[in-house]
Design a protein. Structure first.
Length: 443
């Protein structure tokens, strides 16, 4: 295969300058309704997806069904004696757009309890995997293994009207979603806690039972509720949401679709970022050598990082142009529950100093922190120190939004997604025509 690899390497080196030139010199040239830069650059900013579940405003942040994060936390029924709402009530809200009553919320709580047990064969699949398998691989495999339970597949094979597709899709969602925290806790205890498992608690809601099965006491139940809600949805264009929608558009069921979305979430540029941020923050802490993180020390350390050609993880966002409200929500939790924790004090000092440094540096469009800059420290503080597992937590929350979305996709009869591709030669031809038109216009 050495000749094949050598030939491919040659072709790649020949092709790269063509793409670079198109972006640099002709990025603004349109091909149809989009620019060359958008075609090459991952469809950034192209408005071609529809969802009513959430919307990401560059200056307000995420809105769930039109409500900001503080408004969402405020309006939903809260678990008695706790600071955060039922995740089950939030699911009702995302799915319907209506704020549920306590009675409606508790009905979903009880329904989820009935459906949350994971099949024994799923445990067999997980136990057959090497124990050093990444937990996201196990999580995705566990979801996919349950595909045999799909009600949608059964009903589709029996024959049903297109207008009825949403009903079995919803049934799959109601069967799958309650199992996800239980599946995650099983993976965690099997991998990291000597295979000693904790049975579900019959009286606890989704967030409370997850904390219980993980083996963490209060207020980790509220941490789970907050984390799942904050990470639930972020429009449809991010990788995990778009992948779930894309696969479901082929009429693949919820199991196939969510497993695919989870695989996208596992990427370093998406859900994996939270553990990368925590690792960087802890190394940053070591460099301070136990010194109190003063603004002067932190500013110098940040400049040293930037001048070394490195980035400050957790800062910047593809869409947002302000501090991520999900960061703010978690910061408020930390200020209340762990204000003197050294790692949080460092992160909070970086939050106060980094935007100014990044603004002076001038190479970051958004110098403000995103959700990943804060999330890891909370998990670490409460004892979840296995950061490979952090993206699984993200995956539980993200499922709430994407499963709601694909239920509505089927209800509204959205077609299979099939954008059109072009070749590099076609882009070069369009660019050449644009140059010619400009030259004629200048005459």
């Amino acid at each position: 295969m050495s000749k094949l690899k050598a030939k491919l390497a040659q072709k790649i080196e020949e092709h790269r300058p063509r793409t670079a030139k198109l972006l640099k010199e002709h990025g603004d040239v349109k091909i149809g309704e989009v620019t060359i830069a958008q075609a090459i650059g991952g469809a950034r900013g192209v408005r071609c997806l529809v969802t009513d579940i959430s919307y990401l405003d560059p200056f307000e942040g995420i809105r769930f069904r039109g409500k900001t994060i503080p408004e969402t936390f405020e309006c939903l029924p809260k678990v008695p004696g706790c600071d955060y709402p039922y995740v089950e009530g939030f699911f009702w809200f995302l799915l319907t757009g209506d704020v549920p009553t306590m009675e409606e919320t508790l009905e979903v709580v009880e329904e989820f309890k009935k459906r949350r047990a994971i099949p024994e064969y799923v445990k067999d699949v997980l136990r057959a995997m090497p124990r050093d398998t990444h937990p996201m691989t196990m999580y995705s495999a566990g979801i996919l293994a349950m595909q045999r339970e799909s009600v949608f597949v059964k009903r589709y094979n029996e024959g049903m009207k297109k207008t009825e597709y949403w009903e079995p899709m919803l049934e799959d969602v109601l069967n799958l979603l309650p199992k996800l925290p239980v599946l995650a806790a099983y993976i965690y205890r099997m991998k990291y806690k000597a295979d000693v498992h904790i049975a579900p608690h019959p009286d606890l809601d989704m967030g409370g039972n997850f904390a219980h099965q993980m083996g963490f006491g209060k207020p980790y139940d509220d941490v789970a509720r907050m984390y799942f809600i904050l990470h639930s949805d972020h429009e449809s264009g991010n990788v995990s949401a778009h992948t779930t929608h894309l696969v479901a558009s082929a009429l693949s069921d919820a199991y196939y679709s969510l497993s695919a979305g989870i695989n996208g979430l596992a990427g370093p540029l998406h859900g994996l970022a939270n553990q990368e941020v925590l690792r960087w923050m802890m190394n940053f802490q070591k460099k301070l050598g136990g010194q109190e993180p003063t603004p002067e020390l932190v500013e110098q350390a940040l400049w040293d990082t930037l001048n070394a050609g490195q980035v400050i993880p957790g800062y910047g966002h593809a869409v947002l142009r302000k501090t991520d409200p999900r960061y703010v929500a978690q910061r408020e939790f930390c200020l209340k529950n762990l204000p003197d924790y050294p790692l949080f004090k460092l992160i909070d000092m970086i939050y106060q100093v980094a935007p100014g440094v990044l603004t002076k540096h001038g190479k970051t469009k958004n110098p403000w922190p995103n959700v990943d800059a804060q999330s890891g420290v909370i998990q670490w503080y409460y004892g979840l120190t296995e950061w490979d597992f952090y993206t699984v937590l993200f995956g539980i929350g993200r499922a709430i939004g994407v499963l709601s979305n694909i239920t509505w996709d089927r209800a509204l009869g959205y077609p299979i997604e099939r954008p059109k591709s072009v070749t590099t030669k076609m882009l070069e031809d369009v660019a050449a025509q644009s140059i010619k038109a400009d030259d004629l216009g200048s005459d």
